[in-house]
Write a protein that binds this ligand. Structure first.
Ligand SMILES: Nc1ncnc2c1ncn2[C@@H]1O[C@H](COP(=O)(O)OP(=O)(O)OP(=O)(O)O)[C@@H](O)[C@H]1O
Length: 253
């Protein structure tokens, strides 16, 4: 579904992404980990075509999507950015409906199906109570839930989420990761990064680790997330504790 070959990206003279090659299939949830400044957001922006890279090839569904127009690309891939402060007071429902814009039939605008998809996303993320509120009057976590709902309403086969649960309370963090896992089970390819390795350990089938702009590890989460990898990423000692059928990462305090 997603094929990346020799991705290099520079900000000025700074070599940020170094020869990244990565493949991922439909129907899988990938967790992306890496220290601050390691290149995760840059990696996402290159996949989305928001940053121009040279000499590398990125394909979605075997399509060299650099040649696709915005509307076709938006039917293939959706994005939840790390932070987005909307400038205009659209309501939450209107913002979520914007996720349907790639499907709009020119002057014919929104169709019944678009409203249905938006309502489904509102229900899934459990934000009906704020759906008539202006997005400029939301808390950080409510804004994040709205962006996730917009991305779900967009219903693209690939979803990219940059720290989607960073502003959420504990319950909403778990709810969103559960939703991502379910969506992957319906056939989507989802790549979400998180600074909480437990989220990735609990929910992501696969894990990609980027450090200093290079792939440090890549594969099944249970194989990738080890004490030594955590030490290599974050620099301190961790224990991975085993319960009956789950694991939890605990720093050695
Ligand atoms: N617009 C920019 N211009 C120049 N350098 C940038 C720009 N944006 C990011 N960088 C640099 O590129 C590197 C990678 O940044 P990026 O945002 O991709 O990291 P990240 O892994 O997402 O970090 P974090 O976990 O802190 O969000 C960093 O060294 C950063 O300072």
């Amino acid at each position: 579904m997603l094929e990346i070959k020799n991705l290099n990206f520079y900000y000025g003279n700074n070599h940020i992404l170094k020869n990244i090659s990565f493949n991922a299939e439909s129907g899988s949830l990938w967790g992306l980990m890496g220290p601050n400044g390691s290149g995760k957001t840059t990696f996402f922006k290159c996949i989305l075509g928001l940053l121009k890279h040279t000499g590398s090839q990125i394909k979605i569904n075997h399509l060299d999507y650099e040649k696709l127009n915005t509307s076709k690309l938006a039917k293939l891939i959706s994005y939840v950015p790390q932070e987005h402060k909307p400038p205009f007071p659209f309501t939450v429902r209107e913002m979520i409906l914007m996720g349907r814009s790639p499907y709009m039939g020119g002057i014919f605008g929104l169709k019944k199906e678009d409203y249905i998809e938006a309502e489904k996303a509102i229900e899934m993320v459990n934000i009906a109570d704020i759906s008539d509120k202006p997005v400029t009057a939301l808390s950080g976590g409510q804004r994040q839930l709205t962006l996730i709902a917009r991305s779900i309403a967009q219903n693209a086969p690939v979803m990219i989420l940059d720290e989607p649960t960073s502003a959420l309370d504990f319950n909403n963090q778990i709810t969103i990761w559960k939703i991502l896992k379910k969506l992957a089970e319906t056939g989507k390819l989802i790549i979400a990064c998180s600074h909480d390795p437990n989220h990735i350990l609990w929910f992501a089938e696969n894990t990609l680790v980027i450090k200093n702009g290079e792939i440090l590890a890549n594969g099944k989460t249970d194989d990738v997330i080890t004490n030594s990898l955590l030490k290599e990423i974050y620099g301190i000692e961790y224990n991975i504790l085993h319960n009956d059928n789950s694991k939890i990462i605990q720093p050695v305090l």
